[in-house]
Design a protein around this ligand. Sequence first.
Ligand code: IMP
Ligand code: MG
Length: 185
Amino acid sequence: MRNYREFLAEVLISEEQLHKRIVELGEQLSSDYQSSDRLVLVCILRGGVVFLTDLMRQISVPHAIEFMAVESYGSGARETSGHIRISHDLNTDIRGCDVILVEDIVDSGRTLASVLELLSTRKPRSLQVCTLLDKATRREVEVPVKYVGFTIPNKFVFGYGLDLDDLYRNLPFVGVVDEIKYKTG
Ligand code: IMP
Ligand code: MG
């Protein structure tokens, strides 16, 4: 297995920066949802899982967590088509709940748009998105993203939940891939 240092172009967001921002997001969410008695964080597998586990520990309002796994098809490994198939659905009914969708990154917005459309049919009391990263310039579909950790440039990133061909999600920082070194290594 290759060491990530062989193809890391730069550390875009350090472990310290991630922690600081997640503490801030946790404070903001704790304040915004302080009167909610049915708060549910819905994590989109697998990329959102590292962010979820850090974020939830910064939220002081009692809440449940749920997971959803979606596969997008008709797309390459680095692009999504927006046609999604739910491969793991929520285990509970979110009707009447305040739902926060926790995502690793919003790119074209297609995945998120499809998930939001589906979840809204289940009549939650409220539905908002909290994403760690936002590649805003790549947006093709307008999606309402209320909480954003970091807006980043259009570069392929990995680590802190985000994968490179299914690996390296465990890295504690967000790094930029040197595509040439990665492909030719
Ligand atoms: P969208 O449907 O185009 O917004 O794609 C969002 C999904 O694409 C994310 O949940 C990620 O799984 C994946 N993705 C987009 N950009 C990156 C990246 O730079 N690194 C890793 N995964 C990415
Ligand atoms: Mg994802």
